[in-house]
Design a protein around this ligand. Structure first.
Ligand code: TC6
Length: 719
C-alpha cells in the first residue's frame, strides 16, 4: 500500500507501506498509482516526495509474486506517469533503493539519499534484468560503462558512490524525509524538462563496440552459463543505440525470455533459501525462534594454521575481540604477520580501519580463560583435538562454548571429552575462512539449542550463510561429495579421462571439475582419510578383488597416484601436470593417460565411450541421492539447507539452484529412473541405490520442493 499525506503545507508525501522492505507488490503499485494521481490533481500540492516506511525506501519488485500470474498495475507505465508529471517528484531514499525501488527513484525528478543507504539494480542476481526502465534510464544518467558494470554485477552502491556516479542529487546525514521535503519545496516552479531521464541522450562513448565486446567477454567468463548477465549487456546496448521508446520495447522483449526461465526460478529460490536457513530446527524440536543465543564479546582461536588464521580474521572483522593461540613460537610469529596482513588488506578493500587491535596472540592456552567462545582449529586429527578439548575444559571459565572446526570428525565424540557436552558444537568453516560464505554449524545429540543458536548468530555476525546440520561422517557437504567423487573415479576406470569429466562438470557450471578441484585441495588429504578407514590395501594390485574393499566397489586410482607422490598442484602433478609445484595452470598429462590405459589393462577393464550426459548423471545423481538420504536421516532439516551448502560452499552454479532444486527441475521420476538403471548396471555401488525418500516423493506425485518437508515429516513420524 501507499499512503498520501500533505506536509509543510504543499508537499504531498507518499509513503510506501509493505513491511519489511516495502517491496512493490500489486497493492503497493496500485497505491502509488492512486496517490500520485491524487497528489497531481490536488491544487494544494505543489510537489511530491516519495519515501518508504520504517527506514527503507524500497527493496524492489515483490519477489514472492513472481511465480503467480501478474495482477495490479504494471511498473513501467506507473514510473512513466511519475516522470511525466508537471509537479516535481523527489525520492527520499533511506535504507535501500534496489531493483524496481531504484527504477522508481529514477522515474522521479530528483533523488536525495541518506548517507547510510545504498542503491543498486540487483535483478541480474535473480536471473532478471532491470525491466522497469532501469536498463534504459541508468545508462542515460551515468553513462554506458558505469551502468553496464552496475547492471551486470547487481552490485549495491553506497550513498557516497551513488553521488559520485550521479545516480543521486544529494546525500544527507540528517532526517532524510525532512531534508527531502525542504528540497522539494525549493525546486517548485523550476522547469522539469531537464529532469526526465528518459529524454536524455546516452552520454557518448568513443568506441561503443569495444565497450560492449569487453563487457560481453567479462560476463561470459565470470558467470559461465548464466543467461541474465548476457541479456543485461544486450539491454544496455539497446539503451546506447536506440531511441528510448524502442529501447524500452527491447528491454521488455529481453525480459520476457528471462522471466520464465529455469535460471530465474533457480536464482529466486536461492534468494529465499539463503534466508530460510537462518530459521533452523533440530530433530529434538528446538528451533531458531525459541532458542536464545548467548552474547559473545570475546572469542579465542586455537591453532593458527591456514584455517585458524582465516577464522581469527573473520571474528575480528565482525568486531569481536580475539585471543589467537598457537603453541609453536615460530608459527605464532608467522601467523601474527599473516593475520595482520589479511586484516589490513580487507580493511583497505572495505575502506575502513583495520581491526588489528582486536587480536591478541599467545603461545599459552591459559590465555583463553576469559573467552566466551573458543574455536579449536588444530590439525584434523582426533587424538590431537581430544587433547585440546581436555585442556580447554580445564582452562576455560564455566559456560564457555567450545567449538571445533572440523570437516568430518565426530563432534559428539569430542564433546564427550568435556564435562559439559551441551556446550560443544562443530563449526565447519571453508577455506579461506575469512572469505568463503558458508559455515556448517554441527550439533551433536547433546548440543544445547542455546549453543546452536549462539554459533548460528556468530556466523551471521561474520557475514556467513550458516546452516545448522546434524552430526555424521562428513556432515552434509562432504558426505555428499563422497559419492560424487567416487563416480568420477569409476568413470576413469570405465574409459573417461580427467579432462572429459571436468569439462562436463565445468560446462554444467561448476567453477572447477572434480579432478582440478582435487589437484587444488591436494590428493593426500583423501588418501590419509582412506588409510585411516583401512581402505588402502597395498597388496591388492590387480584383478577384480583389488577393486572391492569392505564389500563394495572401490577405485584405488587416487591411492596409486599418491604412492607416486602425485599430490596435485603443490607437487606439480596429480590428475594433471603443472609447469612447477604450486603452479595453477592444469595441463593434460600423457603420463596419466598411459597410466590409466595400463591400469585398465591390468584389471581387465573394457573401455567404452562415455559422454558428458553420463558424467553428469552418474556424478550428480549419486550426490543428489545422498542428499535425499541426509534428509531422510534428519541430518539436514530441509532441501534449502542442502542447496545453500552446495551453492555457498561447493561451487554449485547458483543459477541451477543447488542439487535438490536441480533434482526437482530435471524431474524426480527421471532421477529415480536413471539411478535405478545405474544401480542395475553397478550393483556393487550402494550409493547408486535409490534412497527410499526419493521413491516416496516420486510415489507422492513429485511435489514441488516447497512441499518436500511434509513428506519428510511423514517419513520421520513412521520411524
Ligand atoms: C519488471 C520487474 C523489474 C524489477 C525487478 C526487481 O525489482 S527484482 C527485486 C530486486 N531487489 C532485490 O534483489 C533486493 C532484494 N533484497 C535485499 O537485497 C535485502 O532484502 C535488503 C537489502 C533489501 C534488506 O536486507 P536485510 O538484510 O535487511 O533483510 P533480508 O535480506 O533478510 O530481507 C528481509 C525480508 O524481506 C524479504 N525481502 C527482501 N527483499 C524482498 C523483495 N524484493 N521481495 C520480497 N521479499 C523481499 C526477505 O525474503 C526477508 O524475508 P524473511 O526471510 O524475513 O521472511
Amino acid at each position: 500500500m501507499a499512503q498520501l499525506t500533505r506536509v509543510s503545507g504543499s508537499v504531498g508525501l507518499i509513503t510506501l507501506q509493505n513491511p519489511p522492505v516495502n517491496a512493490l507488490s500489486a497493492a503497493v503499485r496500485q497505491g502509488i498509482v492512486d496517490t500520485v494521481k491524487k497528489a497531481v490533481s490536488d491544487p494544494l500540492v505543489k510537489c511530491v516526495v516519495i519515501c518508504g516506511q520504517n527506514g527503507v525506501f524500497c527493496g524492489g519488485a515483490d519477489i514472492r509474486e513472481f511465480g503467480a500470474p501478474m495482477t495490479g498495475p504494471p511498473l513501467v507505465p506507473m514510473i512513466h506517469a511519475i516522470e511525466a508529471t508537471n509537479k516535481p517528484v523527489v525520492a527520499a531514499i533511506e535504507g535501500a533503493a534496489l531493483g524496481g525501488g531504484l527504477e522508481l527513484a529514477l522515474g522521479c525528478h530528483y533523488r536525495i539519499i541518506h548517507s547510510k543507504a545504498r542503491v543498486g539494480l540487483p535483478e541480474v542476481t535473480l536471473g532478471l534484468l532491470p525491466a522497469a526502465g532501469g536498463s534504459q534510464r541508468l545508462p542515460r544518467l551515468i553513462g554506458v560503462p558505469a551502468a553496464l558494470e552496475l547492471i551486470t554485477t547487481g552490485r549495491h552502491v553506497s550513498a557516497a558512490e551513488a553521488l559520485k556516479l550521479g545516480i543521486v542529487d544529494q546525500v544527507t546525514d540528517d532526517n532524510t524525509v525532512d531534508t527531502t521535503v525542504k528540497f522539494a519545496l525549493s525546486v517548485v516552479g523550476r522547469s522539469l524538462e531537464s529532469r526526465r531521464i528518459s529524454t536524455f541522450p546516452c552520454p557518448p562513448v568513443s568506441d561503443l563496440d569495444a565497450v560492449f565486446d569487453v563487457a560481453m567477454q567479462r560476463v561470459r567468463q565470470s558467470a559461465r552459463g548464466a543467461i541474465a548477465p548476457v541479456t543485461c549487456v544486450q539491454a544496455v546496448r539497446a539503451a546506447a543505440t536506440l531511441p528510448y521508446t524502442q529501447g524500452m520495447k527491447r528491454e521488455q522483449e529481453l525480459m520476457a525470455t528471462l522471466f520464465t526461465s529455469g535460471q530465474a526460478r533457480a536464482l529466486q529460490y536461492c534468494f529465499f533459501a539463503q534466508r530460510a536457513v537462518s530459521r533452523w530446527s533440530m530433530p529434538s524440536g528446538a528451533r531458531w525462534d525459541t532458542s536464545k543465543p548467548r552474547p559473545i564479546s570475546k572469542a579465542a582461536v586455537i591453532g593458527l594454521g591456514t584455517m585458524g588464521r582465516g577464522i581469527a580474521v573473520a571474528l575480528a572483522q565482525a568486531g569481536l575481540s580475539v585471543v589467537a593461540v598457537e603453541t609453536q613460537e615460530k608459527q605464532l610469529m608467522d601467523a601474527k604477520q599473516a593475520v595482520s596482513g589479511m586484516l589490513e588488506r580487507g580493511a583497505k578493500r572495505r575502506g575502513v580501519a583495520p581491526a588489528l587491535g582486536l587480536v591478541s596472540y599467545s603461545h599459552n592456552i591459559q590465555a583463553v580463560a576469559e573467552a566466551d567462545l573458543v574455536i579449536e582449529a588444530v590439525f584434523e586429527d582426533m587424538d590431537l583435538k581430544k587433547k585440546v578439548f581436555q585442556q580447554l575444559s580445564a582452562v576455560c571459565k564455566p559456560g564457555t562454548l567450545l567449538c571445533t572446526n572440523t570437516s568430518s570428525l565426530d563432534v559428539d565424540h569430542l564433546a564427550s571429552q568435556t564435562p559439559s557436552p551441551e556446550l560443544v558444537v562443530g563449526m565447519h568453516f571453508f577455506a579461506p575462512a575469512h572469505v568463503m560464505k558458508l559455515l556448517e554449524v554441527v550439533y551433536g545429540p547433546r548440543s544445547s539449542p542455546q549453543a546452536v543458536a549462539t554459533a548460528m548468530q556468530l556466523g551471521k555476525k561474520m557475514g556467513k550463510v550458516s546452516v545448522a546440520v546434524g552430526n555424521c561422517r562428513g556432515f552434509v557437504g562432504n558426505r555428499m561429495l563422497k559419492p560424487y567423487m567416487e563416480q568420477a573415479f569409476f568413470l576413469l576406470e570405465e574409459g573417461a579421462t580427467p579432462e572429459l569429466v571436468d569439462q562436463a562438470l565445468e560446462e554444467f557450471g561448476f567453477a572447477m571439475g572434480v579432478f582440478r578441484m582435487s589437484d587444488l585441495s591436494g590428493l593426500d588429504v583423501g588418501w590419509r582419510v582412506r588409510k585411516a578407514d583401512g581402505l588402502v590395501d597395498p597388496d591388492a594390485t590387480s584383478g577384480r578383488s583389488a577393486r572391492i574393499r569392505q564389500g563394495r566397489r572401490y577405485s584405488p586410482l587416487g591411492d596409486l597416484l599418491c604412492e607416486q607422490g602425485r599430490f596435485g598442484q603443490k607437487a606439480g602433478r596429480g590428475w594433471y601436470q603443472y609447469d612447477k609445484p604450486g603452479s595453477r595452470v592444469a595441463k593434460p598429462d600423457p603420463w596419466l593417460h598411459n597410466f590409466l590405459e595400463q591400469y585398465r589393462a591390468r584389471h581387465g577393464l573394457g573401455v567404452r565411450h562415455i559422454d558428458h550426459q553420463e558424467v553428469l548423471e552418474r556424478c550428480l545423481y549419486a550426490l543428489i541421492n545422498e542428499g535425499f538420504r541426509i534428509l531422510e536421516d534428519g541430518i539436514a532439516a530441509g532441501p534449502e539447507d542442502i542447496d545453500a551448502i552446495y551453492v555457498f560452499g561447493y561451487g554449485w552454479p547458483r543459477y541451477r539452484g543447488g542439487p535438490m532444486f536441480y533434482a526437482g527441475m530435471v524431474g524426480l521420476a527421471n532421477v529415480l529412473e536413471r539411478l535405478e538403471h545405474f544401480h542395475q548396471v553397478h550393483p556393487d555401488v550402494p550409493y547408486l541405490q535409490p534412497c527410499s525418500l526419493l521413491r516416496r516423493l516420486v510415489a507422492s506425485g513429485s511435489p514441488p520442493i516447497q512441499k518436500w518437508r511434509e513428506v519428510i515429516r511423514k517419513v520421520h513420524s513412521q520411524l
